[in-house]
Design a protein around this ligand. Structure first.
Ligand code: APR
Length: 230
């Protein structure tokens, strides 16, 4: 096995205290996607959007990686194959756990982006609508997050990794959001063995050749242990 590609979603960070989106009591049951996760919502009410991400940024900075994050870092460190994590998550718990090859396809809470000139910089703890861009001075700061209707980041690299994958695993994701939900089909088409690890079957469970259900902190370390035993 030369390449292992792992897609992660909000479920892997749930036991670190970071809410998921679509589970009971999840973020999308408390906030309207149209208001806080679209460019149109940002234009309508940037203060509301900043308050939403400022609260998530504060929570994420206080969160610690759990044993599922550390197991994936161990896999990268100990397995002879090239291990790549493609995450939909905007927290940095993979990196804090020690993973080095992590692609944030939906952006990062720790990043700021100028909606006017495209300049990027480290996010302040809390953003305000009139914060000026350090490059063009325009008060057009936004979280460096990919919103609905926008193109995810790193897609060319991601397609390359999916093309070379011998093993593709999806961990803690509901399979509701594209293009991530279709990665299993791309990997399968290219001959990869595909594995779903989730609390419950996702919306695309039938696309996987192997499945494991349970809490990420229980099933991921076990799965990694078995992979390392070979
Ligand atoms: N262990 C394993 N899986 C879990 C756990 C846990 N402790 N808790 C929840 N899950 C699973 C749920 O069963 C669900 O299938 O994690 C999944 C979380 O699904 P979503 O809330 O839909 O999150 P995700 O798939 O990451 O969402 C994708 O949608 O809202 C957008 O941009 C946002 O990146 C996000 C994207």
């Amino acid at each position: 096995m030369k390449k292992i590609v792992i897609l992660t979603g909000a479920g892997i960070s749930a036991e670190s205290g970071l809410g998921t989106f679509r589970d009971e009591g999840g973020l999308w049951s408390q906030h309207r996607i149209e208001d806080v996760a679209t460019p149109e919502g940002f234009t309508r009410n940037p203060l509301l959007v900043h308050e939403f991400y400022n609260a998530r940024r504060l929570q994420a900075t206080r969160a610690l990686p759990n044993s599922a994050h550390t197991a994936l870092a161990r896999l990268e460190a100990e397995h002879p194959a090239n291990v790549v994590i493609i995450t939909q998550n905007v927290d940095n718990l993979h990196e804090t756990a020690g993973s080095r090859t992590v692609l944030h396809m939906h952006g990062r809470l720790a990043g700021a982006l100028c909606a006017k000139c495209g300049h990027r910089w480290d996010a302040p703890d809390a953003m305000q609508p009139d914060d000026p861009c350090p490059s063009c001075t325009t008060p057009a700061i936004r979280p460096d997050i990919v919103w609905f209707g926008e193109i995810p980041y790193h897609m060319d690299e991601i397609w390359d990794h999916l093309r070379d994958a011998d093993l593709f695993a999806a961990i803690g994701t509901s399979g509701e959001v594209y293009p991530a939900a279709a990665f299993v089909q791309d990997a399968d088409r290219n001959g990869a063995h595909t594995v779903e690890l989730n609390l419950e079957p996702s919306s695309v469970v039938s696309d996987f050749s192997e499945t494991h259900f349970g809490k990420a902190t229980e099933i991921v370390p076990q799965w990694v242990e078995n992979l390392l035993k070979g």
